[in-house]
Design a protein around this ligand. Structure first.
Ligand code: FES
Length: 221
């Protein structure tokens, strides 16, 4: 059982920014820009901790294949874990596993089995789909269900998700489904085409996630 706890400095940074925003609103006279400007040099988001980004290639996360590009032919109704791999500032490959919440779950189901609310346009041919593999309840890594084939189960508190229906919650305490990651096939590679479609763990609302995406885009610009 793997449980990912949020203790990395990037989250401290995000919390700091949220705190700065709250403080700014409360006192009305403190400059948010100066608060962020002070924070940026100290907590710069490194490429290995950035979320999956457009153009990233999905690579295996398992020990014996880590870093190898995932091929469609390797996917099935059994979960395959993957990391997004992008480029660093020097154009070198970087696997974005510096943030454990970037771990992904990949599935390939027979045609017609993946249905809404899955965003079918964000799948490959309606058969291959990618989700965050981090439980929205408390951040554990979600696995295949040991009882119901084709379903996912969180080992921590028995949260259950349906990967054929947008990874919606079908049991247990998770507050929302797993975030879907839009993907496409480019040559033999599975590539990311955009950010997660909804906010992944550890974000608690869409606006927090939107702020973080903006922060990432500004840093990449
Ligand atoms: S962390 Fe997954 S159900 Fe609690």
């Amino acid at each position: 059982m793997t449980r990912y706890k949020r203790q990395d400095p990037e989250m401290s940074r995000r919390r700091f920014i949220n705190l700065a925003m709250g403080t700014t609103a409360a006192v009305g006279g403190v400059s948010l820009i100066s608060a962020l400007g002070t924070a940026n040099p100290v907590f710069r988001l490194t490429r290995d901790k950035m979320p999956p980004l457009k153009g990233d290639i999905l690579v295996h996360a398992s020990n014996n294949k880590e870093g190898q590009p995932v091929r469609i032919s390797e996917l099935s109704t059994q979960l395959v874990r993957a990391w997004p791999m992008g480029k660093d500032e020097n154009g070198e490959n970087v696997i974005r596993k510096g943030d454990p919440n970037n771990i992904l779950a990949l599935y390939r189901f027979p045609k017609g089995q993946i249905v809404r609310p899955t965003n079918l346009d964000a799948t490959i041919d309606g058969e291959t789909v990618a989700y965050s593999d981090v439980c929205t309840h408390a951040g554990c890594s979600v696995a295949d269900s040991d009882i119901n084939a084709g379903q996912m189960k969180c080992p921590c508190h028995s949260g259950q998700y349906d990967p054929k229906r947008g990874a919606v919650v079908i049991g247990g305490p998770p507050p929302r489904g797993l975030a879907q990651l839009p993907i496409a096939l480019q040559g033999e590679n599975i590539v990311v085409t955009d950010f997660f479609l909804t906010f992944p763990y550890p974000y608690t609302n869409a606006s927090e996630w939107a702020s973080f995406k903006q922060e990432v885009e500004e840093q990449l610009a």
